[in-house]
Design a protein around this ligand. Structure first.
Ligand SMILES: [Fe+2]
Length: 226
């Protein structure tokens, strides 16, 4: 049997699937860029989470393809925020219950977006559960401990670490050692204890960015090193 342009059917199908995946990634890149632009005044959040997640997977002894998978999943983990009003993502201070409810829909929205894109099925569950907590107090499903996919647990702690270090809305602007102490304080509650240990190992190994973060004001683009 021949496919398009006389290629054997199986090869033609493989090439078509590869082409669809590449186009899906291009679309995802655009969505993630839109989220990054509005979600973080300091920028680059998804890229930093991806690097930390990859380092953690490597420290856990994961295979190269598993490391690549968790890095890709981390890049797109917040793609569902494209469905959340940008005014909410930029809001400083406490959210109302209604606003919080909306923001907490983003893992479901992200999983929904990914489930409709060719070749992205394996990312759906990981993205859906990236706000679950080790003790079962997270969302959207209240999964606990190893019920939560390992990749989701890795993204959870990498995401939280970057938020603790960041100065934008939702960030705490902590120095690295203080952010690590906060992760330790929440070990066994918010975070997988094994991954808290891995974050401290990553720090001792020089894998975590320890430089002061710039404060960037949203309107003017003016910035200042701490
Ligand atoms: Fe998120």
């Amino acid at each position: 049997m021949s496919g398009a342009k006389g290629l054997p059917r199986r090869l033609a199908d493989t090439l078509q699937a590869k082409d669809q995946r590449e186009r899906a990634w291009e679309t995802l890149d655009s969505l993630v860029a839109a989220v990054n632009e509005h979600d973080s005044y300091t920028g680059g959040h998804s890229g930093r989470v991806s690097r930390i997640a990859g380092d953690l997977a490597r420290l856990l002894g994961s295979a190269p393809e598993q490391i690549a998978f968790v890095k890709q999943a981390a890049l797109v983990h917040d793609v569902g925020k494209v469905s959340i009003p940008y005014a909410l993502l930029r809001k400083r201070g406490a959210l109302t219950d209604g606003e919080m409810h909306l923001v907490r829909l983003h893992p479901i929205m992200g999983a929904s977006i990914l489930s409709r894109m060719p070749g992205m099925d394996r990312f759906v569950t990981v993205v859906l559960h990236h706000h679950e907590h080790w003790d079962g107090s997270g969302y959207p499903s209240g999964l606990k401990e190893i019920e939560i996919p390992l990749e989701s647990r890795i993204i959870t702690i990498a995401d939280a670490f970057d938020a603790l270090r960041s100065n934008g809305p939702g960030g705490s602007g902590l120095r690295t050692e203080d952010a690590l102490a906060e992760l330790r304080r929440c070990s066994g509650k918010h975070f997988d204890p094994l991954l808290v240990d891995a974050m401290h190992t990553a720090y001792r190994s020089g894998l975590l960015d320890d430089t002061p973060r710039a404060i960037v004001l949203p309107q003017s683009g003016w910035s200042m090193k701490l």
